[in-house]
Design a protein around this ligand. Sequence first.
Ligand SMILES: CC(C)(COP(=O)(O)OP(=O)(O)OC[C@H]1O[C@@H](n2cnc3c(N)ncnc32)[C@H](O)[C@@H]1OP(=O)(O)O)[C@@H](O)C(=O)NCCC(=O)NCCS
Length: 381
Amino acid sequence: MGEPEMSEAEWKEGLEGVVAARTALTHIDGQAGRLFLCGYEIGELAPAACFEETLHLLWSGRLPTVEECDRLRARLAARRELSTPTRQALEVAAAQRRSPIEALRLGVESLPSVDGDEELRLRLAAGLPAIVAAYWRLQNGQDPVPSDPRRGQADDLLHMLFGRDPSPSHVRALDTYLNTMADHGLNASTFTARIIVSTQSDLTSAVVGALGALKGPIHGGAPGPVLEMLQTIGTPERAELVVRDLLDRGQRVMGFGHREYRVRDPRARILSAAAAEVVGGRGNSLYELARSVEKVAEEALEQTKPGRHLKTNAEFYTAVLLHELGLPAELFTSLFAVSRVSGWIAHALEQAAANRIFRPASRYCGAAPRPWVPLSKRPAA
Ligand SMILES: CC(C)(COP(=O)(O)OP(=O)(O)OC[C@H]1O[C@@H](n2cnc3c(N)ncnc32)[C@H](O)[C@@H]1OP(=O)(O)O)[C@@H](O)C(=O)NCCC(=O)NCCS
């Protein structure tokens, strides 16, 4: 039977704890709740840098100088204008009422093919926000807003979505979000991208595959259901009732738990602080409600799954921050992709530079060897 059977001890469901790649990009300390991007603690980097700095860091391993950052911003800006084939692909998707994340996948596939990895990675990073914004407007019967090449990625994304100048505080908050979510080890979508690149396939295929993995509700699809849950709860007093009911029905509380962390996800703190900034002193906010729900849910989860330490993850406060920025829930997964594409590309480059095709083994658990019976001799069922 070809490959030897693996022992039970070697088999890790969901590859938990299995080291499947070497990376110089992200270091996660799941016990201490710390996250570093190329050596920089995420709590220092994310709230201070613009997204272009993070892109430069992930793609080159070091922070840019002022000139390098300006150059990257200009090169991305020059590639945000959508081509006619992409615009047409989005119009077809809108007529078919495709979801924003499906339209993003189609839009990425329609981007012009170009020579050279560097040009392609710029086009992908610049193309994603342009596609997300254009599709949202088409879906709502509005003309896409042309990109403004003087703006950075975060600024122009808000401008292309809403057709007006965003406030500096909103741009800052979106930069913080994009930085916070840019890379996170071998999460399912990044692993998908690396697997695709390991076959010597192309970068666009890696991004399309990664988008497919991201859209699942327990990966990048989580923030939408988080918002729904918070809206169902409605007031802090109802938090206990709704959370207990979910757990009694054996359901997962979205926005809690993480494969890597046994403490609160450090990204939750950054996104929560960014949401607090956006809300200012305004009372009765989703942010305020989320703080109460977090406390109640963590206590309830500790009682239901003692010792598992199911704490708030990044998706919980992603939902809160993006909602407070006025961004629609339908776009949450696509906005995650606008950020994470930076990490997918960085991992793709890393994989290609020291490649060995991924080909894990499987543990056979099917029928024992048995004789073939011709169709005419098989007994009726
Ligand atoms: C993120 C997630 C997929 C991690 O999964 P994982 O590492 O495979 O964790 P496990 O599925 O092994 O969970 C261990 C136990 O805790 C439970 N659990 C994990 N997260 C839970 C949650 N959010 N609510 C309720 N129970 C949860 C599981 O049901 C499991 O219980 P069991 O051992 O009795 O079967 C998981 O925590 C989850 O589904 N969270 C909600 C979705 C979400 O927020 N995703 C965004 C991730 S950033």
